[in-house]
Ligand binder design. Structure first.
Ligand code: FAD
Length: 255
């Protein structure tokens, strides 16, 4: 049976989120949260493909205990099982350390055909995690996915956006795909999905389960150091010009 692993991140619902003054990371406990929007489309793409292939869909999230909410939502929408990667050792991870933890989880899950990521998380905004996990696992990746066109035993056909052109490509399995809101529509969760979700146990793995050295993950192991975070000041200096001659003189004085 094929297996698809979908990665979902819990993100703040609003842009008004407090930043920890010492670590410069988001104070997630103070924010209302939601599932990262792109990740729901990644899940939907996996579920649509599951309809044709009968695959198992595994939902995975790394985060605090509250991240169970995004996994329950994934189960409601049709995922078969869910795994939360949670430990104080993972806190403050940048994209590289996040990818290290997610890649270790993929290895522990075992055989898989496709990894589904959202294109970008709305709080970190880097769009690095999917490509980094593919890199750490040394598998091909399809970024900026437009559509999945077909899957066989060993290959995936897909089309992706590359700037202003659309590329049709075929790649070997296993591979990773990065999905965004442009990719289709979300189905509504069903009542039977709700019932299923509340009965399922969400498995928890920490660094010991993942066979990871705790010094290789988390804030201190992260190569990216966020030194400060601020809202850019959008001051405008507006000057009304009476005619084209004034505009010409203004341009000359700027050069
Ligand atoms: P993206 O790469 O945008 O996420 C892509 C996809 O990967 C998601 O849609 C999802 O499918 C999957 N994914 C990502 N995280 C998880 C998760 N925890 N669980 C499950 N799936 C996941 N880190 C940097 O490396 N460089 C920076 O410049 C940087 N700047 C930051 C600035 C601020 C203000 C803050 C608060 C954090 C910053 N970070 C940065 C840390 C960054 O938010 C985290 O590292 C985060 O875990 C991953 O990056 P991202 O949110 O950009 O994910």
């Amino acid at each position: 049976m094929k297996r698809y692993i979908v990665f979902l991140k819990q993100v703040p619902r609003s842009t008004k989120v407090e930043i920890d003054a010492v670590t410069h990371t988001l104070k997630r406990s103070s924010a209302l949260t939601q599932t990262n929007p792109d990740d729901l489309y990644a899940l939907q793409a996996a579920l649509d493909l599951k309809r044709d292939t009968g695959a198992e869909v595994v939902a995975v999230s790394m985060g605090p205990a509250s991240a169970e909410d995004v996994l329950r939502e994934a189960l409601q929408r049709g995922a078969d099982r869910a795994i939360l990667l949670s430990s104080p050792a993972f806190a403050g991870s940048d994209t590289w350390c996040t990818s290290t933890v997610l890649a270790a989880a993929v290895r522990k899950v075992g055989d898989f055909d496709l990894l589904f990521f959202g294109r970008m998380a709305v709080d970190g905004d880097t769009a690095q995690v999917g490509p980094e996990v593919a890199g750490q696992l040394d598998i091909p990746q399809v970024t900026s996915l437009v559509a999945l066109e077909g899957i066989s035993e060993n290959h995936l056909r897909a089309c992706r956006r590359a700037g202003t052109v659309i590329q049709h490509l075929e790649t070997e399995l296993p591979c990773a795909v990065m999905v965004s809101r442009e990719n289709g529509m979300l189905a509504c969760p069903t009542l039977s999905g709700w019932r299923y979700a509340w009965k399922q146990e969400i498995v928890r793995w920490d660094e010991t389960d993942l066979n990871l050295d705790s010094s290789a993950v988390g804030l201190h192991a992260s190569p990216t150091k966020v030194v400060s975070t601020f809202v850019p000041c959008q001051g405008k200096s507006l000057r009304w010009l009476a005619n084209a001659e004034e505009l010409r003189l203004a341009i000359i004085s700027e050069i």
